[in-house]
Design a protein around this ligand. Structure first.
Ligand code: KIV
Length: 262
């Protein structure tokens, strides 16, 4: 299993870091045997697994349930869990308890969105031995404030602010930062400015690594087709064809065969 120190060495050595999300046990077993470097139980679980429109509906109970299911299938991968909406805004006791819950469920690190107002909380967690991953650019928990899933940091003042936020997250002790939906040039500047790795999603290919939602990269999310996404499988069609083949076999009494019967 890779450690936070190894992610840092990978950046130094110019080796890219691959991260994928995961929310359940059976895909954790597959990811565990893959070459992917780290696994994120993202709060995108609320959308992908539960059908909500945003990540705002991810609750601590939901997140720890998914972390525990993933952890039971994961032996060889570093596991990061998202801190759910507002968990870092309800006071230090609530935050500490939330992180405690996620780490006891099996997470080895916690990701939280944004920098402003979070620096003291991050320092508190880092001083307690918790590896923290930052998240800047498009921060989906602020979707209503941002006015949708839009590119961030595409003018001088907002790109300057994201760069400053990245520096303060590094100073606070984050071991890595996710950069979501920012121009490739900005992600490159941030990556070159910071010592810690940057993990991009919709941030071009100069970051220290990439993260994608598992169902997106497997082509299971049929109607989600942003410019940044590469689908490595037509999962939706392949799974649908398999289901149709099964259904046809049942209806035509081809399944189960004699060999498949007792
Ligand atoms: O929740 C999530 O899946 C994420 C990644 C897309 C970075 O935060």
């Amino acid at each position: 299993m890779k450690t936070v120190q190894e992610f840092s060495s990978m950046k130094l050595a110019g080796k890219k870091i691959s991260v994928a999300t995961c929310y359940d046990h059976w895909s954790a077993l597959i990811l565990d045997e893959s070459d992917v470097d780290a696994v994120l139980v993202g709060d995108s679980a609320a959308m992908v697994m539960h059908g909500f429109d945003t990540t705002i509906n991810a609750e601590l109970e939901m997140m720890s349930y998914h972390v525990a299911a993933v952890k039971r299938g994961l032996r060889n991968k570093f596991l990061i869990a998202d801190l759910p909406f507002l968990a870092h805004k309800k006071g230090l006791a609530f935050l500490t308890n939330a992180v405690d819950t996620l780490m006891k469920a099996g997470a080895q690190a916690v990701k939280l969105e944004g920098a402003e107002g979070n620096i003291e909380s991050i320092k508190h967690l880092v001083s307690a031995g918790v590896p923290i991953m930052g998240h800047l650019g498009l921060t989906p928990q602020s979707i209503h404030q941002l006015g949708g899933n839009k590119l961030q940091g595409n003018d001088a003042s907002s790109s300057e602010r994201i760069l400053k936020d990245a520096q303060s997250l590094e100073e606070a002790g984050c071991f890595a930062i996710v950069l979501e939906m920012v121009p490739a040039t900005l992600a490159k500047t941030i990556t070159e400015t910071l010592a810690i790795p940057t993990i991009g999603i919709g941030a071009g290919n100069h970051t220290s690594g990439q993260v994608l939602v598992l169902q997106d990269l497997l082509g299971c999310s049929k109607d989600f087709n942003p410019k940044f996404l590469r689908k490595y499988l037509d999962g939706f069609s392949l799974i649908k064809s398999a289901l149709n083949a099964y259904s046809a076999d049942v209806k035509e009494q081809k399944f189960p065969s004699e060999k498949e019967s007792y």
